[in-house]
Design a protein around this ligand. Sequence first.
Ligand SMILES: [Zn+2]
Ligand SMILES: [Zn+2]
Length: 252
Amino acid sequence: MTTTMHEKFDVLLDKEGDHECEGLGKDRVCVRVVAMAELPTRFGEFHIVAFENNRDGKEHVAITRGDVIGASNVPVRLHSECLTGDVMGSLRCDCRDQLEAALKKIGRMERGMVLYLRQEGRGIGLINKIRAYSLQDEGLDTVEANLALGFRDDERDYAVAAHMLMSLKIESVQLMTNNPKKINQLMRYGIQVNGRVPHIMEPNEYNRFYLETKVAKSGHMIDFYGKEHLSEQSDLPIVEGMSEAQIEEINE
Ligand SMILES: [Zn+2]
Ligand SMILES: [Zn+2]
């Protein structure tokens, strides 16, 4: 498995190392593969593939499991970077729970991948996210706080993700999401999405608010401090134990 992945990557790097194209999306973003290494994790054996892009110098990565280059029907999870949640374990969001759920699940699969997209704070960046948190500390909810900073609800774009999949010559994917809009976005960029795998998290004390409160259609929810809360990832996860009605709302 490992040998195949390394051999295939070397061929890919040889052919695509100086890749350049018109780019995708409104920012005409073009990414190219740069390096790959093995990445043993607490969730299983993975590889990590690093990409550079022609726009913002951000180093996006794919955490891949198994032999994915050129494969079809690859289970894929898109995760937007969240320094405070993913790394520090912040409870202002559930990004870390969502990332762990994805890695755990893919870690048990033959193949799959997480695209780790460097679009912090729904795309507004780390400093602006902290500013928005600060406004929330003063009483504004997430939506109001982002609007007060002059940002739309969601500044994310999946052109980078789509291009990363193309760069790895992925034939088709099964998207791990509860948000059909995300599928449409990827398809618009030319990715063949063959299906959707519901993104399900195990219940724990930190995601209990999903179970206990109403999950609103716009993706807002009430967090355990009683404040309105926007999911920092682009879709709400299903937590084991959610009611049928809650799951239905997420799937709409
Ligand atoms: Zn390109
Ligand atoms: Zn977060």
